[in-house]
Design a protein around this ligand. Structure first.
Ligand code: NAP
Length: 254
């Protein structure tokens, strides 16, 4: 039984897309949820309303998670106003889609700060709260197929996602014995605001449809959120440092 009653979860970038679906799914499983956004205040408010409609408490925090100071302020807020933190879903990411040969150090730095360093800064800031969690605390990061395979204009993000997967393993080594599980959900292609902007998006969605081995159903943000909720729950207490792929089998289909 997937039960997160009494737990508090922080989902970064939960105003839209997969993060929003995760926040709502965690609330359905019983968690109170801190919603984070950087620009879309009204979308974050909408996510919070959905959480409250499920009988859970919701807080909204504006924080740019590519900035260590913003992360520290958000975690300070959680410590002071919420009083506990049991689950972190490190979901917010971007990086833009451009060939590596058209990428500057500035592009790399911005992508790595948001997609990679945010996890380290989040865990560092939140450790005092995570260590006080009853039962095992859970950190879940979002990755994509670009961590392993080459996709057009995806070199920046793909590189960052490979780093995310390695960071999860190394954080598991560093804090696993201090009561925290760190795992990754590797999502297949889901239609969200960012993937609609992919160069050649139409072709990519058609290819995904052909490769999925689950009867032609489109992968949705809710499918990804279900895996996140499992990893956030005590049912996954012995899953540590792992990458769980949720893509309807697309990645193993030739
Ligand atoms: N969609 C896919 O097909 C897919 C596949 C594999 C993996 N993923 C991963 O899943 C995660 C979510 O992707 P998505 O497609 O749902 O993204 P999305 O629709 O573009 O939403 C991005 C979310 O992140 C927030 N965000 C962006 N920059 C931020 C920052 N600096 N600080 C705090 N929040 C920030 C946005 O907040 P605002 O609304 O305030 O801008 C928004 O809530 C990412 O890690 C992505 O790499 C997605």
């Amino acid at each position: 039984m997937l039960n997160l009653e009494g737990r508090v979860a922080l989902v970064t970038g939960s105003s839209r897309g997969i993060g929003r679906a995760c926040a709502i799914r965690l609330a359905e499983a019983g968690a109170d949820v801190v919603t984070n956004y950087v620009t879309s205040r009204s979308a974050a408010e909408d996510t919070a309303l959905e959480i409250c409609a499920r009988g859970r408490r919701a807080w909204i925090v504006k924080a740019d998670v590519s900035e260590e100071e913003d992360i520290q302020s958000m975690v300070d807020f959680i410590g002071e106003k919420v009083g506990r933190l049991d689950v972190i879903v490190s979901n917010a990411a971007s990086g833009g889609f451009r060939p590596l040969l058209e990428s500057s150090s500035r592009h790399f730095e911005a992508t790595m700060n948001l997609n990679v360093m945010a996890i380290v800064h989040l865990v560092k800031a939140a450790m005092p709260l995570l260590e006080r969690s009853e039962g095992r605390a859970k950190v879940i990061a979002l990755s994509s197929h670009g961590s392993q395979i080459a996709l057009p204009s995806y070199g920046l993000v793909g590189t960052s996602k490979a780093a995310v997967e390695s960071i999860a393993r190394h954080l598991a080594l560093e804090i696993g014995d201090r009561g925290v599980n760190v795992n990754v959900v590797k999502s297949g292609l889901v239609e969200t605001d960012s993937t609609k902007r992919f160069p050649d998006a139409e072709r990519m969605f058609a290819e995904r449809q052909a490769k999925t081995m689950t009867g032609g159903r489109d992968l949705t943000a809710d499918d990804v959120a279900n895996a996140v909720a499992f990893l956030a729950s005590p049912m996954a207490d012995m899953v540590q440092g792992e990458v769980l792929t949720v893509d309807g089998g697309a990645a193993v289909h030739v």
